[in-house]
Design a protein around this ligand. Structure first.
Ligand code: GDD
Length: 415
């Protein structure tokens, strides 16, 4: 893959946000075997991509998506990545999770691949997270809370048990397998280029096709991202006294990171999860508050933002959903202890002007969970193995008649 070089980055403490880098070539050729620089672009050759992919777990949060769309998504994930599907789909009257698990199983059998599937609302999964030390995730019914952020947290914990080094997230409702493939390649390229063990790669898709008056229109911006990015940039500008547009990926559902970073992050629930990743990076590594991780402060936290080429064509869940997503982003920014008063007041005024709040009301607080790195992963595994009926490991090697190699090996779980 060939990416435009990123010449500029903005720093906030140890966090280094690189300006958006375009994908120049999806495939930069077999000869470009290593990481290279060439005329304003960066090449990440096939071997360097593969080295990351063999360490990459791709987590697919899924709630009631169509079988053929899920199949397409799976087909786009590079062969060497491990797939983890975390579902919150209906179990009745039709058991949609059963259909999803079967889809993943068939795919793995045909492709000779390994994967893990699990249902977020399985009582055994709740018991496992409780045993491992995260009561905060459990709701009044004794189950893991519903929400995309919660699914991402479950996926991260499962990924951490595999001992692989990186995770990436891909939505299950993407109609274009080629786009999924490109996102994963961009993750691998970005993670290979990032010069720190604590790195993150966030995707900004090039366009989203929409029908307007019977014609396709390729919209450049997401209705939620536009607002989220603007406010995150205002947050930065209030500190630096310089206007900026550096953040282009505030809502990026598609993103990846090293687990060395991910395990330290506090994840937010629902759709606050992606914007809160920025907020948490600023809180933990921005140099304003004392960092719980001096080793990270002594290094750096590069955030690479990559503009991909495929159109992002996915299920449209409606206007109300979009409004709710952007308000969740503003809620987390408003409540951050490092958001400066002028920005906080401006957020309040904006929310009132949008009809999201009455005058005198405060934005609601989103749920924020402790870092996945605080979990006892060995206890998590034992309880999942014993109690979670939906927790299923598919072993591609064993299915192909080779010696068994389950994605998680109990005696190799990092503790
Ligand atoms: N397991 C699980 N649990 N999956 C969920 C849940 C949940 O509670 N809620 C949603 N999902 C899955 C959906 O099935 C889909 O695959 C993915 O998460 C994204 O959810 P959507 O509801 O389709 O969100 P969206 O497409 O409108 O928004 C996406 O893009 C935004 C940026 O434009 C999401 O990725 C957002 O997080 C992102 O900010």
């Amino acid at each position: 893959m060939r990416l435009a070089d990123s010449f500029r980055s903005e720093r906030f403490g140890a966090v280094r946000i690189h300006e958006l880098q375009r994908v120049i070539e999806l495939d930069s050729g077999a000869l470009a075997d290593t990481l290279g620089v060439s005329g304003g672009s960066r090449i990440v050759g096939p071997e360097a991509l593969r080295a990351v992919e063999t360490q990459l777990v791709v987590i697919v949060p899924c709630m009631n998506e169509t079988r053929s769309v899920i199949e397409g998504v799976l087909s786009g994930i590079p062969h060497d990545c491990l797939i983890v599907l975390v579902s919150n789909s209906d179990r009745g009257p039709v058991d949609r999770y059963e259909i999803e698990a079967q889809t993943v199983e068939q795919f793995c059998r045909l492709a000779g691949r390994s994967a893990i599937t699990v249902h977020q609302r399985d009582p055994g999964v709740a018991a496992a997270f409780k045993a491992a030390g995260m009561d905060e995730l459990i709701d009044d019914a004794g189950l893991i809370r519903a929400g995309k952020g919660e699914a991402m947290l479950v996926g991260m914990a499962v990924a951490a048990m595999t001992g692989r080094r990186y995770i990436g997230y891909v939505d299950a409702d993407n109609y274009v397998p080629g786009a999924v493939h490109e996102y994963c390649k961009a993750y691998a390229a970005g993670l290979a280029l990032a010069e720190s063990p604590y790195s993150m790669v966030r995707i900004s898709w090039h366009s989203k096709p929409k029908l307007r008056d019977g014609r396709l229109f390729f919209s450049r911006r997401g209705r939620s991202s536009e607002v989220t990015n603007e406010w995150l940039n205002r947050f930065l500008a209030e500190y630096s006294h310089f206007g900026t547009e550096v953040i282009a990926t505030g809502n990026a559902g598609e993103h990846a990171m090293s687990l060395e970073l991910g395990l330290k992050l506090r994840l937010a629930g629902g759709f606050a999860v992606e914007p809160y990743e920025y907020v948490d990076l600023f809180e933990q590594f921005g140099g304003i508050l004392e960092s719980p991780h001096p080793e990270v402060m002594a290094s750096s936290v590069p955030v690479l933002q990559i503009e991909t080429r495929n159109p992002h064509f996915h299920d449209n869940k409606g206007e109300e959903h979009v409004v709710s997503m952007r308000m969740q982003a503003l809620n987390v920014l408003y409540h951050s202890q490092i958001t400066l008063p002028a920005v906080r007041q401006a957020i309040l005024d904006f929310m009132v002007s949008q009809g999201a709040l009455e005058i005198g009301q405060e934005p609601p607080r989103e749920r924020v969970y402790p870092p996945v790195g605080t979990l006892a992963l060995d206890l998590l595994y034992d309880a999942l193995d014993a109690e979670a009926q939906t927790f299923c490991q598919l072993d591609g090697r064993a299915a192909a008649g080779l010696p068994a190699s389950p994605p998680i090996e109990r005696d190799r779980i990092p503790v």
